[in-house]
Design a protein around this ligand. Structure first.
Ligand code: IVH
Length: 677
């Protein structure tokens, strides 16, 4: 750790307090949860190195929140602690080892639970009647929100059992389901009110309203329970049974809440770090589809006697840990909106952002897709926007907070001229994209085509990324694909940072790329409308470049999955003299490609069939489902037509299912689909 001064430490304490106040008191955080966690970790590291500096007012010694103003204060019968956090497999391993050591056994069962991103609540029932609800507050004293909780439809006012305990105090989480959050923000936007940044803040803002009638209007505020703080009879033996016990009394648990939404994982019994990782991976995969926000999983000792025996550190119970996921969304400012020219000439508006941490990386750009979308969402330079990252896709802007907009910004429109070559731009009335028609002369289009050619999607030439290609083009060494195979060490030595070893490496990977597959070569050429699936299909059916180049539109239309648009685009490409010369040059320079023979099980029901996927599958993402049907020799399509053989249906399928029913296309639901693959 770098040397820090006492002043720096105190400044960091103040900073964390400032963010605590924004988060807990005002429900208006200015930084992401990840950035906050990072600050706290820095603080903890300093305190470990300098225990003599720690004062009672350090944010690490206090539990954060203070009671809400305007509510009665109530002391908790049992302190409401927070959970220790783990951010990596190594940290989970440390936790597991610690448990093994403390409990003097190698075999431990954990109960895995979802970590709700809401507000902790303690709820008391006496003789089966709801009597009190208290927020966590500072952990010792919270705010009495009994009247507000009474308005929640998911909270029973009477327990549903013939054998009710005299006293039951349960712990859980108040939250706003995602759909209700979106609806609430939509209504706020219509009324020109500031938007909530996320469901947690919206839930906090709703819970602390002083007028229960106002809370009742936010009828979708919900509650689930996962723990017991007091019970006048014998406690269940395991955490797993706690969930069953609470559900048996008619209380909402995460499992009962999720049931109507399909096959999501909720609690699980886990026996090793590998089990924990597998569970966390599955939850992380399902996270975006869950009806509520979570920010990780909680791993608890299942044996409650052991859990009690290990006690607490004062801040955390020893027998539990929260394994946190990184944020999927973040808010930041748009510094500018620029126009990017793609390899096929499509003009894409891109937001240049004030850099922000999201899902483990620093994000400074987000695609705005097209100008219709920019107009529809009304995104402008200097706006405060919410960005989202799902899977490995480029982040996108999902919301704009218009209240943070100053009066001097202008709506962005498509440019009249290409920003790279100044050719007037054009738009096909059937498409949303504006494009630069200067396909052969636009410097940016040429550069993007070359980058694509060498990229992972193309010939996969290692060490030849965007930056290197930019230099090669700038120096005039590469103007067309074939020039890549004419590069020599004298040319490469003129590039920034290129020495003997890097020159040798790049030349070796260029040499290696000469032996490629036919599908890769077709894909690398970047022919308009020809994506990976199409390239695979063309390679499989035509088998050679000569044959592909000689095919007519009618012949191409015979190839499964190829429609008019693709057929015309291919014929146009192959009949262009310059393109033909270039393909010949590649061959002369030693580029050879073989057709990969793939052996499918021809008796499989998906073999050689066209499949449409619709709705959300609970067992896998769309990318995986596509890959798996393709591995059986099927093609996927986006729209349902008579040519489609199967429609695979997940949750919330929408209009494609209706269309399939109308056309009599075979419908396969998820359980059967899983069986078939
Ligand atoms: S157990 C000693 N289980 O996370 C803490 N907490 O950092 C006992 N939370 O304040 C809480 N989901 O608001 C527990 N399944 C879960 C949870 C959960 C969300 C929240 C809770 C608590 C915070 C702890």
């Amino acid at each position: 750790m770098k040397t820090v001064t006492l002043q720096q430490y105190e400044a960091l304490c103040d900073e964390v307090w400032h963010h605590n106040r924004l988060y807990f008191q005002e429900s208006k955080p200015e930084i992401s949860d990840d950035a906050y966690d990072e600050l706290v970790r820095r603080l903890e590291a300093i305190e470990e190195a300098h225990p003599e500096w720690i004062s009672d007012t350090s944010p690490t010694r206090r539990l954060g929140e203070r009671p809400l103003e305007g509510f009665k204060e109530v002391e908790h019968s049992q302190v409401m602690l927070s959970l220790e956090k783990a951010f990596s497999q190594d940290e989970l391993q440390d936790f597991h080892k610690r448990m093994q050591k403390l409990l003097e056994t190698s075999s431990i069962t954990y109960c895995g639970e979802l970590k709700f991103d809401g507000l902790a609540i303690s709820v008391k029932y006496e003789k089966g009647r709801f009597v009190q609800a208290v927020t966590r507050g500072d952990g010792r004293v919270g705010s009495d929100v009994t009247q507000n909780l009474k308005t929640l439809k998911t909270l029973p006012l009477r327990l549903n059992s013939t054998d009710v305990p005299d006293v039951l105090e349960v712990r859980g989480e108040v939250f706003l389901p995602k759909a209700a959050f979106e609806k609430m923000n939509q209504e706020r936007a219509e009324q020109d009110l500031p938007l909530w940044a996320n469901p947690r803040n919206a839930a906090a803002g709703s819970l602390k309203l002083l007028d229960p009638k106002e809370v009742a209007k936010r009828a979708d505020l919900s509650v689930v329970f996962y723990g017991i703080a007091g019970l006048s009879k014998e406690l269940p033996k395991s955490q797993y049974e706690v969930h069953q016990f609470l559900a048996s009394l008619g209380l909402m648990t995460p499992e009962t809440f999720l049931k109507p939404y399909g096959n999501f994982i909720s609690i699980a019994k886990l026996h090793s770090v590998q089990d924990i990782m597998d569970y966390a991976d599955r939850v992380a995969r399902e996270r975006s589809e869950l009806p509520f926000a979570i920010d990780g999983v909680v791993i608890k000792l299942d044996n409650l006697t052991a859990f009690e025996m290990l006690g607490t550190t004062g801040k955390h119970p020893r027998g539990a840990v929260a394994y946190k996921f990184s944020a999927e969304q973040a808010w930041t400012y748009v510094n500018d909106i620029v126009v990017q020219v793609g390899r096929t000439g499509v003009l894409t508006p891109v937001a240049e952002l004030e850099p922000v941490q999201l899902a483990g990386s620093c994000i400074s750009r987000a695609t705005l897709h097209n100008f219709d979308e920019v107009e529809r969402k009304d995104i402008r330079p200097k706006d405060y926007v919410c960005i989202e990252k799902g899977g490995d896709v480029i982040p996108k802007v999902v919301a704009v907070d218009r209240h943070k907009r100053s009066g001097h910004t202008h709506a962005v429109k498509a440019p009249e001229h290409c920003p790279s070559c100044h050719t007037p731009v054009v738009k096909d009335p059937h498409e949303v994209a504006w494009r630069c028609p200067n396909v052969k002369g636009c410097p940016e289009q040429i550069l993007r085509k070359l980058i694509h050619f060498a990229s992972k999607a193309g010939l996969e030439i290692e060490h030849l990324g965007d930056k290197v290609m930019e230099q090669l083009v700038q120096k005039g060494f590469v103007k067309r694909f074939s020039d890549i195979f004419r590069l020599d060490s004298a040319m490469l030595s003129q590039l920034d940072g290129f020495k003997d070893k890097s020159i040798k490496n790049l030349l070796a990977s260029i040499e290696k790329a000469k032996k490629t597959t036919f599908a890769r070569l077709i894909m690398a050429l970047g022919i308009r409308y020809v994506g990976k699936q199409m390239a695979d299909e063309l390679a499989r059916t035509t088998k050679s470049l000569e044959k592909l180049m000689a095919m007519s539109v009618d012949e191409l239309l015979e190839v499964p999955g190829i429609g008019e648009k693709v057929a015309h685009s291919l014929v146009e490409y192959c009949s262009d003299e310059e393109n033909r010369q270039e393909l010949l040059a590649l061959e002369c320079l030693g580029v050879t490609c073989k057709v990969e023979e793939v052996h499918y099980d021809t008796s499989h029901p998906f073999y050689n069939k066209t499949i449409v996927l619709t709705g959300t599958l609970s067992s896998m993402g769309r990318g995986e489902a596509t890959a798996r049907v393709q591995a059986k020799g099927a093609r996927t399509a986006d729209t349902v037509s008579k040519k489609v053989d199967f429609v695979i249906v997940g949750d919330d399928p929408g209009s494609k299912l209706e269309k399939a029913k109308k056309l009599g296309v075979r419908i396969v639901y998820e359980p059967d689909f899983l069986e078939m693959i």
